[in-house]
Ligand binder design. Structure first.
Ligand code: ADP
Length: 854
C-alpha cells in the first residue's frame, strides 16, 4: 500500500524534529504517529489506535483535542519530553484552490522545551524558568542563562569547581551544551544534570560569532565581549532559533555576573541549610518560606534569586540594607506600598507572552495596570531617599503615553477569548462606534422580527436562535410545522426530533447586516489591538526596567516588613572576620514552635573572630546543636542579602563561601554510602574554605567506627585551624575533642546546656561556655521508650567502657565483656531470689528469663 500524502508530509516534517514529539494538527486535533504515538500514549495515558499502513505495517496513532492540548503538553514537559507544534498554515479551502488533490500546508511553528515554556499553565509562578547554556573554551567555562518568560538574561565565567555550584545556584529547567569531549566528560559525570546536547561546531571563532549575533544585538557591544562569552551566547541563541523563538531583539546582551561578588554556597550546603525547601521538600519550612512574604510574583522570583546568591560586596550589601531600613523605619508607608503591590500583575510574563505569542487583550491590560500602579507607587515613596523607583523622564514619558492610550482603548474587563470582540472600548474609534451602532440596530431588528412573527402566527414559543451552520433562524416545537409552512414568507431549513427551524427573506437581510457589522467590528478591534501591541513592543525595554524596579521595591519593602513584625535587628556588616551575634534565633524553628504553641525559642549568642574562630559544640542529642549551627548560617545569608537578621544585635564580617556538612544523607542513586558522601563533602570543604569562609560541621565522623571517626574529626579541626582558618562551628559527640581547646587559643568549647532533675533530662537550649557533661545518649534512648532491660544493659556496658577508657586508655569492649556482663546479670537475679517466699510458678518464670540471657 502506498504512503498517503498526509503521512508523507508528516514523515518529512518529523525527519527534522527527531528529538521532540511532533504534535501534528489535523482539524480540531493534534495527532501523533509511529513511535511518537507510542511514547505519548504511555506518558499521557491515552488510547493508542492506528491509522492506515506504512510499509505493510499498521501506523500507531493517538491524538489530543486542540482546545485542551495545553494540559497534555504540560504533562510531557514535566517528564522532560519536548514538543514540536506543527500547525496547518492554510485552510482546506485554500489548499483546494491550489489544486484538487492538494493537502493543507503544515509546518512546525514552535518547539516547546522545559527551558522555553511561556504559557501560564506550564510555569511555576514564583519561580524563574531557566534555559542554561554551558560552553568550554580556552580552559574556562562560560555560562549564559535566560528566562524567556521574564526577560532575565545573564552570563558568567567560571572554573570547573565553580561551575557545579553555579548550576546549583541557578537551578536551570533545561541545560544545553555542545557535544565536545571536555563538555561530555565533565557534565556527564554529574548525574543530576539532564543535558540537551547540540552538535559541536566545526568552526568556532570570534568573528563568526559576532557576525551571527549582530542580527540580534548591538554589534558595538558584542565587540567588547570576550570570545568564550560570545560562544555561550551563540549557543543559547542558536538553540532558541532552532526552537523558533525569534524574539531576542527585545533583549539586551546578557548582564555579566562576577561570581566573586556572590557568596559561594555549594549544593549540599544549600540543601542542608534548607534554604529553598526543608529536607522533606516543604517550602514553608525553609528559610525562603519565612522571608518570602512578597506581594508580587516579580518580587517573589527576585527574592529567591537573591537568597540563593547573597552578595560578598560590602557596598552592595549596605545599599540593599539602607533600602530595607527605610521600610523598617516607616512601617505605615510600607503597609501602603504593600497594599498597592498586592494588586500588581505579573508584567514580566505578560510582556514575554506578548512578545512571543502575539497580541492578546488580557496581557495588555495587565501591562496597563502595572504602569498605573507604578506611578502610584512612585508617588507613595517620593520622600524616600534610598528607594526611588524613578526611571528618568524619557522612559517615564514613554510609559505615560502608552498608559494613556491603553486607558482610552482597552475595556476594563475583556471577555476570556477574542472570538466575540468586546475588548476595545467602542468610543476609542469613530469607525468602531459606527459599526457597533449598526450591530446594535441589527440586533434590535432581529428581536423585533421575532415579536412580529410570534404575533402574526400566534405561536408564543417561536424563538430566534443562532448556530454556526444555519446562522440565525426561528425555532418552534414540531407540532407547528404545518401551521408555519402555510406562510409563504417562511422557508423550511431543518427538522429535528422535536423542533422545526425556519428562515425568511427579512431574516436573511437583517442577519447579513448584523453579521457584517459584527465581523467588521471584530476585525477593526483586532487591528487596533495589533497596533497597541506593536507600540507596547516598541517600549518593551522600558517595561522590563519598570518590572525590575517593582521587583526590587517588593523585595526591599518585604524585608523591611518582616524585620519589623518579627523583631529582627539590622546587622553591622563589614569586611572584618568577626561573627558576633547576640540573642540569635532560628527563624523557621521559632515559627514552628510558635505555631504549635510550644515553648518559646531560646535565643543564643555566638562570637567568632580571627582570634577565636572555631567553636566546638558538645551536648546530648536533641539539645539544640544543629539548630544553633543552622541559625548562624542563616544569619550570615540574611545579612548578605541586605536583610535584617533574627537576633538582638549582630556584627557580620562578610563571608565569601558558606560550607556545611550536616546529618547523614545517603546518595544511593549515585552509589555512594553515607560515610562516603560525608567524606566527599568534607573533603570539598577543607580543600576550598579560606579565612573569609564560614563553615558549619555537624557530627563529622559519625558514619564510621568510633576511633576512625574521632581521628578524622580531630584531623579536620587541626587542618581548619592550621590552613583554612575559616570561622567554624563544629558540633560533635566526641568529648575527646574538647581537649584541643587546651592547646589552641583559637578554639573555644561550648555546649548545649541540659539539666538533670529527678532522673529526668531537661533541655534548656542554652549554649553555654565549657564542654558538656556527657552525651546522655542512654537517657535519650530511655525517653524514646527503649525496653528497660536494654537500658540497664547499656548503662552497665557504658560504665565498663568509661572505666577502661580511664584506666587503660583503651575503650574497646571485648566479647568476654559481654559474656561477663551476662553472668553478672544472672548472678544478680539469683541473689535476689527469696527462696522462703517463692512459688513454683515464679521460680519457673525466673528460670525462663535466665534462659533468655543468651
Ligand atoms: P541536636 O542537634 O542537638 O540533636 P536539634 O538542634 O536538632 O538538636 O534540636 C532538636 C529540637 O529542639 C528542635 O527540633 C527544636 O524543636 C528544639 N530546639 C532546638 N534549639 C532550640 C532553641 N534554641 N529553643 C527552643 N527549642 C529548640
Amino acid at each position: 500500500m502506498q504512503t498517503t500524502p498526509v503521512i508523507q508530509q508528516y514523515l518529512n516534517i518529523k525527519a527534522s524534529h527527531q528529538d521532540s514529539l511532533l504534535f501534528f494538527r489535523m482539524g480540531d486535533f493534534y495527532e501523533l504517529f509511529f513511535s511518537d504515538a507510542e511514547i505519548a500514549s504511555d506518558a499521557l495515558n491515552i488510547i493508542l489506535t492506528k491509522r492506515g499502513q506504512h510499509k505493510g505495517k499498521d501506523i500507531p496513532m493517538c491524538g489530543v483535542p486542540f482546545h485542551s492540548a495545553e494540559g497534555y503538553i504540560k504533562t510531557l514537559l514535566d517528564q522532560n519530553i519536548k514538543v514540536a507544534i506543527c500547525e496547518q498554515l492554510e485552510t482546506p479551502k485554500e489548499a483546494k484552490k491550489r489544486g484538487y488533490k492538494e493537502i493543507v500546508k503544515r509546518d512546525v511553528v514552535r518547539i516547546i522545551t522545559p527551558g522555553t515554556k511561556l504559557e501560564e499553565s506550564f510555569l511555576v509562578q514564583k519561580e524563574n524558568n531557566i534555559l542554561m547554556a554551558l560552553f568550554f573554551f580556552d580552559n574556562v567555562w562560560t555560562s549564559c542563562w535566560i528566562d524567556i518568560s521574564t526577560g532575565l538574561f545573564k552570563s558568567a565565567i567560571t572554573d570547573e569547581q565553580g561551575l557545579l555550584s553555579l548550576i546549583d545556584q541557578i537551578s536551570p529547567n533545561e541545560t544545553i551544551s555542545y557535544k565536545n569531549k571536555k563538555e561530555l566528560s565533565i557534565l556527564r559525570s554529574n548525574s543530576l544534570l539532564e543535558i540537551t546536547w547540540l552538535e559541536s561546531k566545526k568552526s568556532f571563532s570570534r568573528n563568526i560569532s559576532i557576525d551571527y549575533l549582530s542580527s540580534f544585538f548591538d554589534p558595538d557591544r558584542l565587540q567588547k565581549l570576550n570570545t568564550s562569552l560570545l560562544g555561550s551566547i551563540s549557543l543559547i541563541v542558536e538553540y532558541l532559533q532552532k526552537n523558533k523563538n525569534l524574539f531576542l531583539e527585545h533583549y539586551d546582551i546578557p548582564e555579566q555576573v562576577e561570581l566573586s561578588n556572590i557568596m559561594t554556597i555549594d549544593p549540599s550546603t544549600r540543601k542542608n541549610l534548607e534554604i529553598n525547601t526543608s529536607l522533606d521538600g516543604e517550602k514553608n519550612l525553609s528559610l525562603l518560606g519565612v522571608v518570602d512574604k512578597t506581594c508580587t510574583l516579580l518580587g517573589s522570583r527576585l527574592l529567591k534569586r537573591r537568597l540563593n546568591g547573597p552578595s560578598t560586596k560590602q557596598d552592595q550589601i549596605l545599599k540593599w540594607q539602607s533600602k530595607t531600613a527605610e521600610f523598617y523605619d516607616n512601617h505605615q508607608v510600607t503597609e501602603g506600598v504593600r497594599d498597592l503591590l498586592n494588586k500588581f500583575p505579573d508584567t514580566e510574563r505578560s510582556l514575554s507572552r506578548l512578545i512571543r505569542l502575539g497580541p492578546n487583550p488580557r496581557d495588555l491590560l495587565s501591562l496597563k495596570t502595572g504602569m498605573r500602579l507604578f506611578f502610584m507607587l512612585k508617588e507613595k515613596i517620593t520622600l524616600f531617599e534610598h528607594n526611588s523607583i524613578g526611571l528618568g523622564k524619557l522612559l517615564e514619558d514613554n510609559l505615560k503615553n502608552m498608559l494613556k492610550e491603553l486607558n482610552l482603548a482597552l475595556e476594563e474587563e475583556p471577555p476570556l477569548t477574542m472570538k466575540e470582540g468586546g475588548f476595545i472600548k467602542q468610543n476609542f474609534s469613530d469607525e468602531l462606534h459606527k459599526m457597533k451602532l449598526i450591530e446594535r440596530k441589527a440586533n434590535s431588528d432581529l428581536l423585533e422580527l421575532q415579536t412580529k412573527y410570534s404575533k402574526k402566527t400566534g405561536i408564543k414559543s417561536l424563538k430566534l436562535k443562532y448556530n454556526n451552520v444555519l446562522g440565525y433562524f426561528f425555532e418552534t416545537p414540531i407540532s407547528y410545522k404545518n401551521k408555519l409552512l402555510e406562510y409563504n414568507e417562511f422557508f423550511h431549513r431543518q427538522t429535528t426530533a422535536n423542533t422545526i427551524r425556519i428562515k425568511s427573506v427579512a431574516l436573511d437581510h437583517i442577519e447579513k447586516s448584523a453579521l457584517c457589522a459584527r465581523n467588521s467590528a471584530l476585525e477593526l478591534e483586532k487591528k487596533i489591538l495589533g497596533e497597541l501591541h506593536q507600540k507596547v513592543l516598541e517600549i518593551s525595554k522600558d517595561i522590563i526596567s519598570l518590572s525590575r524596579k517593582i521587583a526590587s521595591l517588593d523585595v526591599c519593602s518585604t524585608l523591611g516588613y518582616i524585620a519589623k513584625i518579627n523583631n529582627w535587628c539590622c546587622p553591622l556588616v563589614d569586611n572584618s572576620k568577626d561573627f558576633i551575634v547576640k540573642g540569635g534565633r532560628h527563624s523557621v524553628v521559632e515559627k514552628t514552635l510558635f505555631k504549635k504553641s510550644l515553648n518559646a525559642f531560646v535565643p543564643n549568642d555566638c562570637s567568632l573572630s580571627a582570634n577565636e574562630h572555631l567553636w566546638l559544640i558538645t551536648g546530648p542529642n536533641m539539645a539544640g546543636k544543629s539548630t544553633f549551627l543552622r541559625q548562624n548560617a542563616h544569619i550570615i545569608i540574611l545579612a548578605q542579602i541586605g536583610s535584617y537578621v533574627p537576633a538582638n544585635e549582630a556584627k557580620i564580617g562578610i563571608a565569601n563561601k558558606l560550607f556545611s556538612r550536616i546529618g547523614a544523607s545517603d546518595n544511593i542513586s549515585k552509589g555512594q554510602s553515607t560515610f562516603m558522601v560525608e567524606m566527599l563533602e568534607t573533603s570539598n570543604i577543607i580543600k576550598n574554605a579560606d579565612e573569609r569562609s564560614f563553615i558549619i560541621l555537624d557530627e563529622i565522623g559519625r558514619g564510621t567506627s568510633t576511633f576512625d571517626g574521632l581521628a578524622i574529626a580531630w584531623a579536620i579541626i587541626e587542618r581548619v585551624l592550621r590552613n583554612n582558618k575559616s570561622r567554624t562551628l563544629f558540633a560533635t559527640h566526641y568529648h575527646e575533642l574538647t581537649e584541643i581547646e587546651k592547646n589552641n587559643s583559637k578554639v573555644k568549647n561550648v555546649s548545649c546546656e541540659i539539666k538533670e532533675w529527678n532522673d529526668e533530662i531537661i533541655y534548656s537550649y542554652k549554649v553555654i561556655k565549657g564542654k558538656s557533661k556527657g552525651s546522655l545518649g542512654i537517657k535519650v534512648a530511655e525517653l524514646a521508650g527503649f525496653p528497660n532491660d536494654v537500658i540497664v544493659e547499656a548503662n552497665a556496658l557504658l560504665g565498663k567502657l568509661q572505666n577502661k577508657g580511664a584506666n587503660q586508655n583503651n575503650a574497646v569492649l571485648k566479647k568476654e565483656d559481654f559474656q561477663m556482663e551476662r553472668l553478672f546479670r544472672v548472678k544478680d537475679e539469683i541473689d535476689n531470689i527469696d527462696l522462703d517466699n517463692i512459688t513454683p510458678l515464679e521460680a519457673l518464670n525466673i528460670l525462663h528469663r535466665l534462659k533468655s540471657y543468651n
